[in-house]
Design a protein around this ligand. Structure first.
Ligand SMILES: [Fe+2]
Length: 248
């Protein structure tokens, strides 16, 4: 089993609103390494506004970034992936093999337009699982249609979805509705992955500090391990998540 893995990071250079070039990529890799991350799944945006990089393009960039990571530390690993914006054409692109799953597994990272309603999200999850993929909903706290409605998140999980939230959503800002929502999901054990969603070195830095501080304060060491090491390891092994298990 590997170390801490960040399953959502815009580390590939020049593809989206993440790392602008290789210099930024290297700075992000260094910062991620210093904060304890050992594996990064590169997840550039795939969708309207950012374009549709081919799998070959992604693999070539991952190889380049892996070399940079290896020179920071031999144990550091970079794996291919994408953050797929859900639109109906995405299903056709999946059928044609034009998308990149996480680390070559059945897992795919999917985001939605913030205004989308619950039924549309559930339909999307059903369509994706019907194609044999295991969808992870990226930063579920971004969707106001779920606030105060944890039962809807449970329905999505029952439909086959996995749940990812951003580490920065564990910061201590109690009045923010998204942060309140994430704490509720955490209390109910509904989160499967916590990731950085790192984009750069000024606003969205690839570190897990907020989540780490939160779990230390609350004595949730086993949850820290489950969400940052064990569950990402299930992606790398291409195995389903075992829900409800306790880790020590
Ligand atoms: Fe993202």
């Amino acid at each position: 089993m590997g170390g801490v893995c960040d399953i959502h990071c815009h580390i590939l250079p020049g593809l989206d609103d993440g790392a602008s070039d290789m210099v930024m990529t290297e700075r992000m890799l260094t910062r991620a390494y210093e904060s304890g991350i050992r594996t990064i799944v590169a997840t550039p945006h795939f969708g309207k506004g950012f374009g549709y990089a081919s799998p070959e393009q992604i693999y070539a960039l991952v190889e380049q970034v892996q070399q940079a990571a290896g020179s920071i530390h031999p144990s550091m690993q970079v794996l291919p992936g994408e953050e797929l914006m859900f639109q109906f054409r995405l299903l056709e692109q999946m059928d044609r093999g034009e998308i990149v799953s996480l680390a070559g597994s059945h897992y795919v990272l999917v985001e939605f337009f913030p205004g989308l309603d619950f039924v549309a999200v559930r339909t999307a999850i059903q369509e994706i699982t019907a194609r044999g993929y295991w969808p992870i909903i990226a930063h579920v706290e971004r969707y106001p249609c779920f606030y105060g409605k944890v039962h809807l998140v449970k329905q999505l999980i029952a439909a086959g979805a996995y749940i990812q939230v951003n580490s920065s959503s564990f910061q201590q800002k109690w009045l923010r509705r998204d942060i309140h929502f994430v704490r509720r999901l955490m209390d109910e054990g509904l989160i499967d992955f916590v990731a950085t969603d790192g984009h750069d070195m000024h606003g969205r830095i690839p570190v897990l500090d907020d989540f780490t501080a939160y779990t230390r304060k609350k004595n949730l060491e086993s949850e820290w391990k489950r969400l940052l090491i064990h569950n990402p390891d299930r992606i790398i092994q291409d195995k389903p998540i075992r829900r409800g298990e306790k880790y020590v």
